[in-house]
Design a protein around this ligand. Structure first.
Ligand SMILES: [Zn+2]
Length: 202
């Protein structure tokens, strides 16, 4: 049962395509598992379409129709291949780097994405905390398996954590299973080993 969802602002940014790629991948991973958020996204997209309908028309270049008709003959692009069958969609089609140890019982595997945000998988063993950090921008984490708790709540598979303030306590893995999550941030100030790895791999 999913209990934690992205904010409406984040869903709206996703709907308009303005979320940086790494944040959009985390949001899409939650959306693939959350019917409530898919419904909310549908409403936001329909509202955006209605607003577009009401905009005043603007003139197009003379060959715009011909260029559009030419493109309708082109075959639809194929979806990228599945690279990681062990991961849920859409993460399974995203390029990932190698695993890096970033502390005792914690590993990090970066997303190879473009844009202002960065992100990656974090695998933390039971009883371990996720790397210490502060926030300067949006940070999204979607739990793939296991669970963690922080000062804001308790998060399980499918939940999306979007802390609006810094963590008072670092997120700590709960229960007896490792916690695998996908995290993305546009302004995380990393400390410790993960900060060093982040600087090393750029
Ligand atoms: Zn949701």
């Amino acid at each position: 049962m999913i209990q934690h969802h992205p904010t409406e602002q984040t869903l709206l940014a996703y709907a308009t395509g303005s979320l940086p790629e790494a944040l959009a991948i985390v949001t899409a991973t939650h959306l693939a598992q959350c019917r409530l958020c898919r419904q909310a996204l549908g409403t936001l997209e329909a509202t955006g379409g209605a607003i577009l309908d009401e905009l005043a028309p603007v003139p197009l270049s003379g060959d715009a129709l011909n260029r559009l008709l030419d493109r309708t003959d082109e075959p639809a692009p194929l979806p990228p291949p599945v690279l990681h069958p062990d991961l849920p969609a859409p993460l399974n089609r995203v390029a990932l780097g190698r695993w890096w140890p970033v502390g005792i019982g914690v590993r990090y595997r970066p997303l190879q994405t473009a844009g202002a945000a960065w992100g990656g998988l974090i695998l933390a063993q039971p009883g371990r905390s996720l790397p210490k950090h502060g926030h300067e921008g949006r940070e999204l984490t979607c739990i793939l398996s296991g669970s963690f708790a922080d000062g804001h709540g308790h998060y399980q598979a499918g939940d999306l954590s979007e802390p609006l303030t810094d963590h008072d306590v670092p997120p700590m893995v709960t229960g007896g299973a490792p916690c695998l999550c996908i995290i993305a941030s546009e302004g995380m100030r990393l400390r410790g080993l993960l900060g060093r790895v982040q600087r090393l791999i750029g």
